[in-house]
Design a protein around this ligand. Structure first.
Ligand SMILES: [Zn+2]
Length: 64
């Protein structure tokens, strides 16, 4: 039986476009809070999310 505790952890996903594109009009970085399964995802999570600052779907990367 698998334990219910300690597998899913909360992570923060940040828009990679916002971070690289510094001369865009609106300052700020799109952030999402998500959870991940530590057992299945060992590396950094990457998800395509809608960024309000970039006005489109961009890759959001897990940050610490
Ligand atoms: Zn963005």
């Amino acid at each position: 039986m698998a334990s219910k505790k300690g597998v899913r952890i909360i992570i923060t996903l940040e828009c990679t476009e916002c971070r690289s594109n510094t001369n865009k009009r609106s300052p700020g970085v799109s952030r999402y809070t998500s959870t991940k399964n530590r057992r299945n995802t060992t590396g950094r999570m990457e998800l395509k999310k809608f960024c309000t600052h970039c006005n489109g779907h961009t890759v959001h990367k897990e940050i610490k």
